[in-house]
Design a protein around this ligand. Structure first.
Ligand code: ATP
Ligand code: MG
Length: 419
């Protein structure tokens, strides 16, 4: 039996693979314009980094990580998300000793052992951004605006922004206690009851209808915000509104971990079924300390590139016309012609004209078929008689019109034609 890509993974093949590169680029472009620098971290890290930085009680750490011992017995884990690695790198290289906030963006593979289905993969791609070391509602708003701009730049019209505040260490404990009190009175299974004690906010996120039905009267964090958190949240909302970014207050949007504070948000798309989140993020003021660093109030997001692609498909933004691979296609007839064509192609490429040719000693018919499939606008047909006369036949593949061009001028002529 031949090999298949592992369950929950898939290959990106041409021409779709070109589109996914463009999507990654488009999601990252607004960050560059706002002074975020590119960071690349290893695809695997010390398992403890994620255990602490993502949190033992999360689904990611408790059941979704790809963890393995290396040959020296270290426990390593394929990264399931980017934030912990970025904070680790900032602390390791002392970036926070310079100007704050440290603004960074990344783009890369993430790995989670999830129940594989459409929009939920075991290997997927995120573009992410983190701004570390400043507590300022303008920074939260900036990141949200930049994320929203990435989606709109792709032509997406149906991405909605959900927004909430989770409070901070002043007001969250009282809210947590009130929520626990409420949850303890519900009819829940043993696992969920245990969760009430460790991570009660996560219960609000339970997707099961029988649980959701009981949560109608649950206390909401917005009603428990302290004055400082309320003012901060109002400022974020004001800046978003002033920027023309539509959002919906979602008082049930939560992130379970204690180091997530204040602003939290999610970008959702309704064309994706239950895998509706195309991105999410928020403030994580306590994470640096969790990783033995100094206090470093920070905010960030991660956008799901694969789901963004699916959202574009759902909005009919991808079309199905194959893009041209190259602009010019060489049809050499004979060994000497192939040698000459090889050199012409080099010159064309150096001059900025993309070019390919028929390989494998194809005859005229087979080579012209290749020219058609390449999407090229022009074919260069070079036979023995042409070579002797130092000319080449330039065929416009759209109009079928053919002209003879001296070999010495063919690069310039084509440069003019493909502009
Ligand atoms: P979900 O609730 O859908 O599981 P999440 O809260 O686990 O999402 P985050 O950890 O916030 O997601 O990751 C940010 C984004 O990465 C998500 O909004 C989504 O677009 C994307 N993403 C997360 N998990 C997957 C996955 N298994 N396959 C594809 N994309 C994913
Ligand atoms: Mg998840």
């Amino acid at each position: 039996m031949s090999f298949q890509a592992p369950k929950g993974t898939f290959d990106w093949l041409p021409p779709r693979s070109e589109r996914i590169l463009a999507v990654r680029e488009a999601l990252a472009a607004p960050l560059r314009e706002a002074g975020y620098g590119y960071i690349e971290t290893p695809v695997f890290e010390d398992t403890q980094l994620f255990a602490r930085g993502v949190g033992e009680s999360t689904d990611i750490v408790s059941k979704e990580m790809y963890t393995f011992p290396d040959k020296a017995g270290r426990s390593l884990t394929l990264r399931p998300e980017g934030t912990a690695s970025v904070v680790r790198a900032v602390l390791q290289h002392n970036l926070h000793a310079g100007q704050l906030p440290v603004k960074l963006w990344y783009s890369g593979s993430q790995f989670r052992y999830e129940r594989a289905q459409k929009g939920r993969y075991r290997h997927f791609w995120q573009v992410g951004a983190e701004a570390l070391g400043a507590e300022d509602p303008a920074l939260d708003a900036e990141l949200i605006v930049l994320g929203a701009r990435g989606f709109t730049s792709l032509g997406l019209e149906n991405v909605r922004l959900l927004l909430n505040s989770l409070g901070d260490k002043t007001c969250r404990p009282a809210y947590r206690a009130a929520l626990q009190e409420f949850l303890r009175g519900l009819d829940l299974d043993a696992d969920t009851k245990a969760r009430i004690e460790i991570n009660p906010l996560r219960v609000l996120d339970d997707k099961r209808p029988e649980v959701q039905a009981q949560l109608t009267g649950a206390p909401l964090v917005v009603d428990h915000l302290c004055a400082a958190c309320k003012a901060y949240h109002e400022e974020v909302r004001f800046l978003l509104t002033a920027s023309g970014i539509a959002f919906e207050d979602d008082p049930r949007l939560v992130r379970g971990l204690d180091y997530y504070t204040r602003t939290t948000f999610e970008f959702v798309h309704d064309g994706l079924g239950s895998q509706s989140a195309v991105g999410g993020g928020g403030r994580y003021d306590g994470l640096s300390e969790m990783l033995d660093g100094p206090p470093l109030p920070s905010v960030g997001w991660a956008l799901g590139v694969d789901r963004t692609f699916l959202a574009m498909e759902a909005e009919g933004l991808l079309g199905d016309h194959a893009q041209a691979r190259v602009q010019v296609y060489g049809v050499p007839l004979g060994d000497e012609a192939r040698r000459r064509m090889f050199l012409i192609l080099n010159d064309l490429r150096v001059a900025g004209v993309s070019a390919d040719m028929a390989f494998g000693g194809k005859g005229l018919k087979g080579a012209m078929k290749g020219a058609g499939r390449s999407g090229a606008g022009f074919a260069l047909i070079l036979g023995e008689r042409d070579l002797a006369a130092e000319v080449v036949q330039v065929k416009n593949l759209t109009t079928a019109e053919q002209t003879e061009v001296p070999l010495a001028q063919v690069v310039d002529v084509l440069k003019g034609k493909v502009q």
